[in-house]
Design a protein around this ligand. Structure first.
Ligand SMILES: Cc1cc2nc3c(=O)[nH]c(=O)nc-3n(C[C@H](O)[C@H](O)[C@H](O)COP(=O)(O)OP(=O)(O)OC[C@H]3O[C@@H](n4cnc5c(N)ncnc54)[C@H](O)[C@@H]3O)c2cc1C
Length: 552
């Protein structure tokens, strides 16, 4: 562990420590969901977790050890367990219960392009499936060790690929190895007065290769762009060979092969390095909170901000329900008290909180902010000051740490997301909320469902929902599966995108034909066959199984 990297994720959750839920949140959960402040569902001790026997043959083990060095072939149970799941609610339920139905038969820690090429050759010849593993923070089953009929499966961990390859300070491009995590990238860039500016909530643990493979979007995407917009070149090692795409400005050289690699979710090959656009590090950060009496005026303000090129670098608008729960979650610190007092004073109690952040050199922030404020005021927004804005900035990676403590207390806590054009946004939003309320409310206490918009485009925006509900005893898995299925059906029926940034993985794959059409599925399948003739790369992900694998 270096100063810039957090301690390893604990095997069943997030971070490395327990977090105590704030009293305000515990009160709200008790009063509205009947969830008491008692640990009713703790994780089983690590030594009680039973993994399926490793199916690695001696021959394959010897060949993999020769490819990466015996010391880099992880076969002990803890290494296999640590690569057996991502971090969705269902992943966490399974891990905490010690219920691991599928695990990688080994973990291969590869440290170079050559080692990865050798591993893919060995696995292609053997028919062993390969799951690329970056930070393991997928929430859609992207790293699930789904054997899909293969006699063995290895997790290809990229943690040894953790160096900066090159920084071109004149062109403002940095080439980063795929296994680097968010904090390490920012620490290295800071040494040169630069920033990447990619801050998803999973920043501390997710990797550069994962960002590219899932087309991730960070909290500052309005200012710095989505990750797929930042990427200018990359190397992808496929079983068929190496795809080395040199960094260049946007160009007209045929269909973008770069875009094919982005979002490929480990199904075409392994991204080993990525060349990304970087920016001079902001000298000044100005974060402030605003409120809107109603979500519709907030949405109209965001639309006008983006259309008039006045959008702040961080733009995040919560609906009334999410505002209420976030204020309870934020505890009783000074910033929360200020936000609550102002919301009440300005007649916005029950209103919608917006966090807006400007980052830059100084003078330009003032000018950009003044222009944005004109738009905000025209839509009835009132300023709540900088204290809640700074509090948000300070705590923006904290929420996932709370999740383990809430699961201990028997709470269902999960998120899901989509994107939509401005015209369809209200109907997509209403359809998802209704689907979740119906699915989760039919057998007991209605759930709490709130949402925020945090990525805006001239044509539309993302919608990100957070769900809190009382777990149904004995049917926790079915309870969420039914709700998630209903919500995803609702998104597709209402014309939303299958996913805005969580990606497809195993969980969304059944809906991919609805997103890209059957011809689109065939095109993806053809790409997979071209780059991965033996069909070993992350089987069952991205396009539905068994359709995806039946023609191989
Ligand atoms: C608490 C929490 C908050 C989150 N917040 C956000 C957010 O704000 N924004 C956002 O976009 N996402 C978010 N996510 C989702 C997740 O962090 C992103 O999808 C992230 O990009 C995954 O990166 P990773 O390195 O962890 O990838 P992994 O989970 O290891 O892998 C994800 C997928 O990419 C493939 N893959 C990984 N590395 C490579 C590689 N080098 N080459 C080829 N394929 C590869 C894997 O096989 C898998 O299919 C969040 C997740 C959690 C748990």
């Amino acid at each position: 562990m270096t100063a810039s990297s957090p301690p390893p994720l604990r095997w069943y959750g997030w971070g490395d420590r327990d977090t105590v839920p704030p009293p305000g949140l515990l009160r709200l959960l008790d009063q509205e969901l009947g969830v008491r402040d008692e640990v009713v569902a703790p994780p089983v001790p690590l030594d009680q977790v039973r993994l399926p026997e490793s199916a690695l043959s001696d021959r394959l083990r010897r060949r993999l050890a020769a490819a990466v060095g015996a010391v880099n072939l992880g076969r002990d149970s803890e290494d296999r367990l640590r690569h057996a799941a991502g971090r969705s609610y269902l992943d966490l339920l399974a891990l905490r219960a010690g219920r691991v139905d599928e695990a990688p038969d080994a973990v291969v820690h590869a440290g170079s392009v050559q080692e990865i090429a050798r591993v893919l050759k060995v696995c292609s010849e053997d028919g062993c499936a390969v799951v690329p593993y970056g930070g393991g923070t997928s929430v859609v089953g992207g790293v699930a060790p789904h054997h899909a009929g293969h006699h063995a499966l290895v997790s290809l961990a990229l943690d040894r690929l953790d160096a900066v390859v090159d920084v071109d300070e004149e062109s403002l491009l940095a080439t980063l190895q795929a296994g680097m995590r968010g904090p390490a990238v920012e620490a290295k860039m800071a040494q040169r007065g630069l920033t990447l500016g990619h801050f998803p909530q999973s920043f501390e643990y997710a990797s550069v290769g994962g960002f590219a493979a899932t087309r991730s979007a960070g909290q500052a995407s309005s200012g710095y762009g989505r990750f797929d917009e930042m990427v200018r070149g990359l190397t992808l090692v496929a079983p068929r060979g190496e795809l080395a795409l040199r960094a260049n400005p946007p160009n007209a050289a045929g269909p973008s092969v770069l875009q094919i690699a982005l979002g490929s979710e480990g199904t075409l090959g392994v991204i080993t390095d990525v060349t990304v656009r970087v920016r001079p590090r902001a000298r000044l950060l100005h974060y402030a909170a605003w409120s809107f009496a109603h979500i519709d005026s907030g949405v109209a303000a965001l639309r006008e901000l983006v259309l008039r090129h006045r959008v702040p670098d961080v733009t995040r608008l919560s609906d009334a329900e999410e505002t209420r729960v976030s204020l309870a979650m934020a505890g009783d610190g000074a910033a929360t008290r200020v936000a609550r007092r102002y919301l009440t004073m300005r007649g916005h109690a029950g209103g919608c909180l917006a966090i807006l952040g400007w980052e830059g050199a100084g003078a330009d922030i003032g000018a950009r902010k003044r222009l944005a404020v004109q738009v905000l005021r025209r839509h009835g927004a009132v300023a709540l000051g900088t204290a809640p804005g700074r509090a948000w900035l300070h705590s923006r990676f904290h929420a996932p740490y709370l999740r383990d403590a809430l699961l201990d207390r028997g709470l269902l806590v999960e998120t899901l997301e989509t994107a939509s054009t401005w015209v369809r946004l209200p109907s997509v939003r209403d359809a998802v909320i209704a689907a979740l309320q119906t699915a989760l409310g039919q057998r007991g206490t209605p759930p709490l469902v709130g949402y925020h918009i945090s990525h805006v485009y001239p044509e539309g925006a993302s919608l990100y929902f957070t769900v809190l509900a009382r777990q149904e005893d004995g049917r926790q898995v079915e309870q969420w599966r039914e709700a998630k299925r209903a919500a995803t059906d609702a998104i597709m029926r209402a014309g939303g995108a299958l996913t805005h940034h969580h990606a497809v993985g195993l969980d969304h794959a059944p809906w991919m034909p609805g997103q890209v059409g059957t011809v689109g599925i065939d095109a993806i399948r053809a790409l997979r066959s071209a780059l991965d003739p033996a069909g070993i790369m992350n089987p069952g992900k991205l396009i539905p199984y068994p359709v995806s694998d039946s023609n191989r």
